[in-house]
Write a protein that binds this ligand. Structure first.
Ligand code: GLN
Length: 254
């Protein structure tokens, strides 16, 4: 299963400080993940990072190659700093295409980024009814013929109907588990100020930093005891807080 990560904080950090430099960075997790739970062995089918500019606009860099082969990205990651980002390394589910467009994060015109770590069981038949309820244009403009791209379209439809991000994500998880029981649904949405993430049958941890920043990741980026596992079946909402004494993370059952 893919590995993903999101960060939000009050002060800019380089992409490399999260994706490349830590002992168990996303770069390391692309070739040597620690907790795949039977869902693949490496995450070599591409990668992506989306980072928010000071004006709140998410910019994307995605490739359909392993992260470790992209020396230019490793340079770029040292030169770009941001207060909020989403990144992912991909292990394509068998039967789904390997392409740049299938690599998370996905972006919407509203300035949000999305990633999915997991698999929808019975794809695509199990999702036909949920897909049929979407506007035809949303289906015609899916970025890729993958479960993740459809889940993102379902989340966007709920956002367009006025739901907030947490409600939209929780609703899509509930609908998908009803239609496709046993699915692994670690979803991640970020808008530059908050992170909404689910842990459904896959690994997820988070940590807060002394300045109030929060990092959420499939696997802890280092052995620091600040990392806290997110219980299975949970929804996490994180905002940059005011330090360790002002909790910036709320976890509730789905
Ligand atoms: N099923 C998704 C895809 O193929 C996510 C894969 C994963 O988490 N390994 O892109």
């Amino acid at each position: 299963m893919c590995r993903h990560l999101a960060h939000v904080g009050p002060t800019p950090v380089t992409l490399a400080s999260l994706l490349v430099e830590p002992a168990h960075s996303l770069l390391v997790q692309s070739s040597a993940p620690a907790d795949m739970r039977g869902g693949g062995t490496v995450n070599a089918d591409g990668f992506g990072v989306g980072w928010f500019t000071a004006a709140g606009e998410p910019l994307l860099y995605r490739r359909d190659d392993p992260m470790w082969t992209d020396a230019s990205f490793l340079d770029l990651a040292r030169g770009v700093a941001t207060t909020a980002l989403v990144a992912a390394v991909r292990s394509a589910t068998v039967g789904m295409p390997v392409s740049t467009a299938a690599c998370a994060p996905f972006r919407d015109p509203g300035g949000r980024l999305f990633s999915h770590n997991g698999v929808v069981r019975g794809w695509p038949h199990s999702m036909a009814d949920l897909a049929a309820a979407l506007p035809a244009l949303d289906l015609l403009t899916l970025e890729a013929a993958t479960d993740s791209a459809l889940l993102w379209a379902l989340v966007r439809a709920r956002l367009a109907a006025g739901k907030d991000i947490a409600d939209a994500v929780a609703g899509v998880v509930a609908d998908t588990l009803a239609a496709a029981p046993g699915s692994r649904l670690n979803l991640l949405v970020a808008d530059g100020e908050q992170i909404v993430a689910t842990a459904v049958d896959h690994a997820l941890s988070y940590r807060t930093h002394p300045d109030g920043a929060v990092t959420v990741a499939s696997e802890p980026l280092d052995p620091d005891r600040a990392w806290v596992p997110v219980p299975d079946g949970s929804l996490l909402v994180a905002r940059a807080g005011g330090g360790h004494d002002r909790p910036a993370v709320a976890i509730s059952p789905l």
